[in-house]
Design a protein around this ligand. Structure first.
Ligand SMILES: CC(C)(COP(=O)(O)OP(=O)(O)OC[C@H]1O[C@@H](n2cnc3c(N)ncnc32)[C@H](O)[C@@H]1OP(=O)(O)O)[C@@H](O)C(=O)NCCC(=O)NCCS
Length: 258
């Protein structure tokens, strides 16, 4: 897809990611996820290789430029102050196309080359596969829209730029498309606080949590869905106070804890 016209929000410029943005985007991702519970669970931090992680994210970004939709937010002070990577919707019953199959193999070969060059860089492989399996089960249990979901699999705002409305504006790029198509959006976060409240502000609702536990440590994934507006109907109010919504969410967590 061609790079759409950059949209400006005062001093903020949002564009599709280009190859020249990759290094700055990775720096933002690495800083935003330092101390993230999922990253701390899946990596042995004493063996963590920032170089290997950089190579892995570069491969993922290049895959995303070809197969997904990656948006970056630039401020006058910082290139790629924020990054959002999305995978577009696919009907639930539809199997992979030949192109999907080929792209997945290309990704696998590139990752194999990276592992040969850098080793695992602290990645706990058993946990990686446990996460993949848990994620797949989670999605199968909550994805019910036959036309699929816009799936946000990376959202990172540089720590200097968090809480300034950049995440929301970056997400709006895809919300606008998703709403016009009538397709819901989906994401998973490993941080309940404060992320669930932040995403509620973007009209997501908490759906389910799943615990990935290898007996030696656990990480919880909180899944959230943002429904598409009902065509011709009145949109449900999402303006509840965060105090109230926090209580609702706590109750739901208790109810669905596996
Ligand atoms: C989570 C994250 C992407 C949010 O982006 P952000 O730019 O900081 O969020 P915004 O400033 O756009 O805030 C969106 C809304 O949440 C609210 N919000 C922001 N931080 C909040 C906090 N800590 N607690 C409660 N509400 C908060 C804002 O007030 C805003 O509400 P409004 O629409 O009523 O004004 C960003 O903080 C981040 O990168 N965190 C670290 C990495 C991470 O957890 N990524 C997400 C993985 S799923």
């Amino acid at each position: 897809m061609a790079n759409p016209k950059p949209s400006s929000h005062s001093k903020l410029e949002i564009t599709r990611l280009e190859a020249a943005d990759i290094d700055a985007a990775i720096e933002t991702i690495q800083l935003a996820f330092a101390g993230d519970p999922f990253a701390d669970w899946i990596y042995d931090r004493s063996k963590f290789s920032s170089k290997r992680n950089h190579a892995s994210l570069t491969i993922r970004m290049k895959w995303g430029m070809r197969n997904g939709h990656i948006y970056v937010a630039h401020t006058p002070e910082r290139k790629c102050a924020g990054v959002a990577m999305w995978v577009g919707p696919k009907p639930l019953e539809e199997g992979p196309t030949w192109d999907d199959w080929w792209q997945d193999w290309m990704l696998w070969f590139r990752q194999l080359g990276m592992n040969t060059k850098f080793g695992r860089g602290g990645l706990k492989v058993k946990r990686y596969y446990l996460w993949k399996e848990s994620q797949s089960k989670l999605q199968s249990s909550v994805w019910t829209n036959p036309e699929g979901y816009w799936f946000c699999n990376i959202l990172a705002i540089h720590p200097d730029c968090q809480g300034k409305g950049i995440g929301k504006k970056l997400m709006n790029e895809v919300f606008d498309i998703a709403d016009s198509e009538g397709i819901p959006c989906y994401l998973e976060s490993s941080k309940f606080e404060p992320n669930v409240k932040i995403y509620e502000k973007m009209k997501f609702r908490f759906v389910k949590e799943v615990k990935c536990d290898d007996g030696d440590g656990a990480c919880t994934l909180f899944s959230m869905i943002r429904d598409a507006p009902i065509k011709g109907g009145e949109e449900e109010s999402s303006s509840e106070s965060s105090e109230e919504s926090g209580r609702d969410v706590d109750a739901i967590v208790d109810a669905v804890t596996p």
